[in-house]
Design a protein around this ligand. Structure first.
Ligand code: HPA
Length: 277
């Protein structure tokens, strides 16, 4: 269990390695790390140099912070995140969000790779996350379990608006201006690491889920606990199977490949959103 002192140690380590004072956090999911590559004069901090900061063990998730200017904002970009399936606790997974809060960040944009469940979705779509089901959280993997850190928020935080309605509206407007199709839907967090069985996909479809993935919701939960505004965007990297098909295999390679194809459109959308923030 982390205390406020642990989060402060991590925040202090970042402050000593950069003069920049970010106001916006951006988390890049599987296959999306290249979004941060073009930032000039960025300060780069390896996760290994930040106390308590969890390090990714997954291909496609590099492990560093990129702090620099993007569309007039000083942003802190996480190139790579860690997941429950890597063996990290929910508190470890979400430590970066609390550290961002201590650094003065009040708005966080979370991206991820997700499997499409909504039958209208195709691999390569972008989806605005309008709500979520904290499936793994409900069954025990909730980062707010344990002693409440009162500094950040209430013991029983509200979760009526996990995703900020004004930021969602902005994303819609920017997508429309760019003539990009932006799907919308409910994202569900599963611990993974296996992809879902067809029966599980049909169950989630029945429950009103549009996309499934293995991240994001713990961070949103902790961010909302701390009163931060959240925008979430999923890259639909694959279509989840509702019924078994002999030739259907969901693979990490497919997730990475499609993620890479989506990067330019996601970058355009994020740049447009940042310009108007
Ligand atoms: N399921 C869960 N997580 C994912 C998927 C999926 O199909 N695709 C990308 N992340």
């Amino acid at each position: 269990m982390f205390t406020l002192a642990h989060y402060q140690e991590a925040a202090d380590a970042i402050r000593t390695r950069t003069k920049q004072r970010p106001t916006l956090g951006l988390v890049l999911g599987s296959g999306l790390s290249s979004l941060a590559d073009g930032i000039p004069d960025a300060d780069i901090i390896d996760y290994a140099d930040i106390p308590h900061w969890p390090r990714s063990t997954v291909e496609g998730h590099s492990g560093r912070l990129v702090i620099g200017e993007l569309q007039g904002h000083t942003v802190l970009i996480m190139q790579g995140r860690v997941h429950s399936y890597e063996g990290y606790t929910p508190q470890q997974i979400t430590l970066p969000v609390r550290v961002m809060k201590l650094l003065g960040i009040e708005t966080i944009i979370l991206t991820n790779a997700a499997g499409g469940i909504n039958p209208d979705f195709e691999a390569g779509d972008l989806m605005l996350i309008t709500d979520h089901i904290n499936w793994a959280g409900m069954t025990g993997l909730n980062p707010l379990k344990g002693p409440n850190v009162d500094y950040f928020g209430l013991r029983f935080p509200d979760m009526t608006f996990p995703y900020d309605p004004a930021l969602c509206q902005l994303a819609r407007e920017v997508a429309a201006e760019q003539e990009q199709t932006l799907r919308e839907g409910v994202y569900t967090f599963l611990s993974g690491p296996n992809f879902e069985s067809p029966a599980e996909i049909r169950m989630f479809h029945t429950l009103g889920v549009d996309a499934v993935g293995m991240s994001t919701v713990p961070s949103v939960t902790v961010a909302r606990h701390a009163g931060m505004r959240v925008l979430g965007i999923s890259s639909i990297t694959n279509v989840a199977p509702h019924h078994p098909k002999p030739d259907h295999v969901t693979s990490h390679e497919e997730v990475m490949e499609t993620g890479a194809i989506i990067v330019p459109r996601l970058m355009a959308l994020l740049n447009g959103i940042l310009q108007r923030l």
